[in-house]
Design a protein around this ligand. Structure first.
Ligand SMILES: Nc1ncnc2c1ncn2[C@@H]1O[C@H](COP(=O)(O)OP(=O)(O)OP(=O)(O)O)[C@@H](O)[C@H]1O
Length: 549
């Protein structure tokens, strides 16, 4: 444990206690050791008694920085779990984090551009348009084409703050792995390591720009999602320049209602977007909190999403994708036996797991869900329950699926907010069935042949040469194998001969010694011993020296 992480740990405890977050725990349920620990920090009193608990939580997260703000952003989407005041306060973490000094923003932008802002932009607005966890956004007009743009610049020193928090989290995760029996199965250290890669990736705006360009290209003809144009030539590690968009934040349901938005279509398009990104493109936006999603204003009856902040993108392996799709389908079809089987086939649980017991456990979690009205079903709740169930079996938490689960939670929160009656199953099922058909049916076979055909056609002229080379290689291999065999046989022959001589010499030496001690005439003893010595020397010298063939 480093000094920096001890200091940071103390800062976290101090913030939690000074914003009175310990008061949020019900008194009668607080364990004695927790009360004892609280007593040890008696000088850290709640200094914000005048504010309500939700506001205190928001302020504490703001104080603690980006890693905690991101956690707050995620929580803010769970309106089904939180009261309105809590969700309202946490939603402010999405784009209303206190801004940093505009003079610092100007310096950072000019450092990245290596020239004054005014050389490239007109109307640079010193007052930020928005200020979020990682960055601050300023508006301007691009001199070269007169288009409105935004300049997104990283907060000063944000990397060091995140690194300190990650170190602390890693240490906490290591401790957890040591303390908890099933800590290893949950792989907290690995999950944190994965989060580290993701969040550090978000600190590189050049990477974010490339992600945005890729996502934009994937949805260029889509009527469900629009990604703003990115000016790649003006993007750097700490600065990104892109088209300014106008839209209504997805969380502003009052404004959306006022413009007559078709909520049902919007919610269905949200689900469709999730599955298209995961299964069709294998490239999904993994930071879909409402601060990053806007709704178009041009055709409210046919609305589309506008996506920002492509810092965190997820991908899955082909195998995981396939098992996931099958899992979803089995789930929609209430085929719990198949779910249990899939978990074993994919290696997510040990092959020694009792399939029947596991199937029953999964059924116990999922079945009650189907008996509830749609607006009471929570995927988040099911995931949580499945996770708890998993602890009784040998389930290893897959880090690559954690991002996906988080995205699913966002989507659920969003869908719930827009259109509570949304039938997730009916919207997703046809899409998945179609995708599975494309993966395994004759269509898939045809597609694979079609995809590989140009490659095979390219290779065709080289076939005779390849065949000739392979035959030559085969002959060469055969030759060297024969050589190896010959060497081995010679080694064996030498070894047998030497062993034979050594054993005979030993017999002669023993006989010679006996004759020497027992008989009156000594010359037979001398002959035996002499012969024994000669044979021993010959046998020893004829030992094979090299065991390498
Ligand atoms: N192209 C744009 N046009 C208009 N407003 C924008 C644009 N890009 C960003 N914004 C505004 O800036 C806010 C913050 O942007 P963004 O989410 O990209 O920053 P961030 O620091 O990565 O935030 P997060 O906390 O989500 O990580 C957005 O919520 C939005 O209000």
């Amino acid at each position: 444990m480093t000094i920096a992480s001890i200091r940071r740990g103390y800062h976290v405890i101090k913030t939690v206690l000074q914003f009175g977050l310990d008061d949020l725990l019900p008194k009668h349920k607080t364990p004695w050791y927790f009360k004892l620990l609280r007593g040890c920090f008696f000088w850290l009193r709640n200094r914000h008694k005048d504010k309500n608990p939700a506001e205190r939580l928001k302020l504490a997260m703001q104080e603690l920085g980006p890693v905690y703000i991101k956690l707050g952003q995620m929580l803010s989407t769970r309106r089904d779990l939180l009261d309105d005041e809590w969700a309202y306060q946490l939603a402010m973490l999405q784009d209303r984090v206190p801004p940093f000094d505009s003079a610092l923003a100007r310096i950072a932008i000019e450092e990245a551009l290596e020239q004054p802002i005014e050389d490239l932009f007109d109307n640079f607005d010193e007052t930020p348009l928005a200020s979020a966890s990682i960055s601050q956004v300023h508006t301007a007009t691009l001199k070269s084409n007169g288009k409105e743009v935004v300049l997104k610049v990283l907060r000063p020193n944000v990397e060091a703050k995140i690194e300190a928090d990650l170190q602390l989290m890693t240490q906490a995760a290591n401790l957890l792995e040591m303390l908890l029996g099933d800590g290893n199965r949950l792989r907290p250290a690995e999950v944190i390591e994965d989060y580290r890669t993701t969040i550090l990736g978000e600190l590189n705006l050049k990477l974010e720009a490339l992600n945005a360009i890729k996502l934009r290209n994937n949805f260029l003809d889509s009527d469900a999602l629009y990604i703003p144009y990115v000016y790649e030539e003006h993007c750097y590690k700490r600065l990104m320049v892109m088209e300014r968009i106008y839209g209504i934040p997805v969380s502003d349901t009052a404004a959306l209602r006022a413009q007559g938005t078709n909520f049902k279509l919007l919610a269905e398009r949200g689900v469709e977007l999730f599955f298209t990104q995961v299964f069709r493109d294998n490239f999904f936006h993994a930071d879909m909190h409402p601060g990053n999603i806007f709704i178009s204003t041009d055709h409210p009856e046919n609305p589309y999403y506008i996506g920002l902040d492509c810092g965190i993108m997820g991908t899955l392996t082909e195998v995981d994708k396939r098992y996931l799709a099958e899992n979803f389908l089995a789930f929609f079809n209430r085929d719990y036996h198949r779910i249990a089987q899939l978990y074993i086939e994919s290696g997510w649980v040990s092959e020694h797991t009792d399939v029947l017991a596991f199937e029953q456990a999964v059924k116990a979690v999922c079945e009650p869900m189907f008996n509830k009205p749609l607006d009471e079903i929570s995927f988040g709740h099911v995931l949580l329950e499945l996770f708890r169930t998993a602890r009784h079996f040998d389930i290893v938490v897959q880090p690559q699926l954690v991002l996906l689960e988080k995205t699913l939670l966002y989507i659920e929160g969003l869908g719930r907010q827009l259109y509570p009656q949304l039938d997730l199953w009916q919207t997703a099922k046809p899409f998945l069935e179609n995708w599975m058909d494309e993966q395994v049916g004759p269509k898939a076979m045809f597609k694979k042949v079609k995809t590989n055909a140009p490659y095979w056609a390219d290779m065709l002229p080289e076939f005779p040469e390849l065949i000739y080379d392979n035959l030559k290689l085969g002959r060469k291999l055969l030759g060297s194998q024969q050589q190896m065999l010959d060497k081995y046989l010679r080694y064996q022959q030498k070894s047998h001969k030497s062993n034979y001589l050594l054993i005979t010499s030993a017999v002669l030496l023993i006989c010679g010694t006996i004759l020497f001690t027992q008989s009156v005439t000594l010359w037979p003893a001398y002959i035996c011993i002499g012969l024994g010595c000669i044979l021993w020397i010959t046998g020893w010298r004829s030992r094979p020296k090299n065991r390498k063939f």
